[in-house]
Design a protein around this ligand. Structure first.
Ligand SMILES: Cc1cc2nc3c(=O)[nH]c(=O)nc-3n(C[C@H](O)[C@H](O)[C@H](O)COP(=O)(O)O)c2cc1C
Length: 310
């Protein structure tokens, strides 16, 4: 199974919907960018609830809502509300590396504190109506921090444990630590989902060969760099510039329908274009004309011009 990774600001409903409509079946599932329980404040999480409302997600990728936070009462409250609107699984983010998050023992900041993880799971699991899965890193400062956590995770009924084998301190730099991942894998009794640095079918094949017991892979940035990646992995799909450009056009049109200022819509369009354009077999000049478009209509016209020139 291929799962779209949660990426705040990038893989919200609009992206998931356009992706699903352009490439049905390419990705099997997704996890939403986190709903944050800042200081146990449910109102903060509720602000983003539109992203996971089942009605709005109907013609989109299946999604599992993710919660970031360590306040057990509010966690249960939010998770059970999500259950009441139709979600049977909730994902707990204990991997976020942002300093303002980790400083408060949230995200990967909780990983060096196994007792806190145990006391949260102890409180929430008997009270939780949906099933729980976890998305984590190897540790905050050291990849060895995961080892005291494993017996704790093993003590509870979790649907899956997604591991991004970096530390929080590493953020996204350096290499994924596949040696530690290999040591961790036989110790976890739950289904393990691998996540990190899958950018080509060869990356995926290498991981499948090295970890044949892992069946499920979560991909984030690789799909933004190359939206066809899941199809290349699953069906050996060849290069298909028109399909990728049509996807970008559909994304641009969807961004244009967002109820935000034109300036913000342009910024968002350019953010995606900067990620995707690298993998496209187009000239530097074609790429730059799209980047320098001044309005959404101009962006679309320039994308159409590339499409017609193929
Ligand atoms: C811009 C950005 C936003 C992210 N937001 C989230 C998030 O909301 N929740 C989460 O669990 N991980 C988040 N992540 C981490 C990704 O889900 C994923 O673990 C990470 O990018 C590694 O996978 P990749 O190499 O396939 O991209 C984010 C990553 C990026 C780059």
């Amino acid at each position: 199974m291929l799962i779209l990774a949660p990426m705040q600001g990038l893989t919200e409903l609009m992206f998931r919907k356009v992706y699903h409509q352009c490439f049905p079946g390419a990705i099997d599932s997704s996890v939403s960018p986190f709903l944050s329980l800042t200081h146990g404040n449910l109102a903060d999480a509720w602000k983003k609830i539109d992203d996971v409302l089942p009605e709005a997600n109907r013609d989109s990728l299946p999604v599992v809502p993710q919660i970031l936070g360590k306040e057990p009462l509010e966690f249960v409250d939010l998770a059970n509300r999500l259950h009441s609107i139709g979600y049977s699984e909730i994902n707990w983010n204990i991997g976020c590396p942002m300093r303002r998050v980790t400083a408060k023992h949230r995200g990967s900041g909780i990983l060096p504190h196994p007792d806190e993880v145990r006391s949260i799971l102890d409180y929430i699991l008997p009270r939780l109506q949906p099933a729980l899965s976890v998305k984590m890193r190897l540790g905050l400062q050291s990849p060895d921090e995961i080892f005291p956590l494993i017996p704790i995770l093993n003590d509870y009924p979790l649907l899956s444990v997604t591991i991004h084998p970096r530390t929080g301190r590493q953020q996204y730099s350096g290499q994924v630590d596949l040696d530690t991942f290999q040591r961790v894998l036989p110790l976890i009794r739950h289904k393990v989902i691998y996540n990190g640095d899958i950018c080509t079918p060869a990356d995926y094949r290498h991981l499948r060969e090295r970890f044949p017991q892992v069946q499920d892979f979560m991909i984030g940035r690789g799909i933004l760099f190359d939206p066809l990646l899941p199809l290349r992995i699953k069906h050996n799909h060849p290069d298909d510039l028109p399909a990728t450009l049509r996807f970008i056009l559909a994304l641009t049109e969807a961004i244009d329908r967002l109820p935000i200022r034109e300036e913000s819509r342009m910024r968002k369009t350019k953010e995606y274009w900067c990620l995707i354009r690298r993998s496209l077999p187009i000239t530097e000049q074609q790429s730059t004309t799209v980047l320098h478009a001044q309005t959404p209509a101009e962006t679309r016209a320039r994308l159409h011009a590339i499409l017609e020139a193929i």
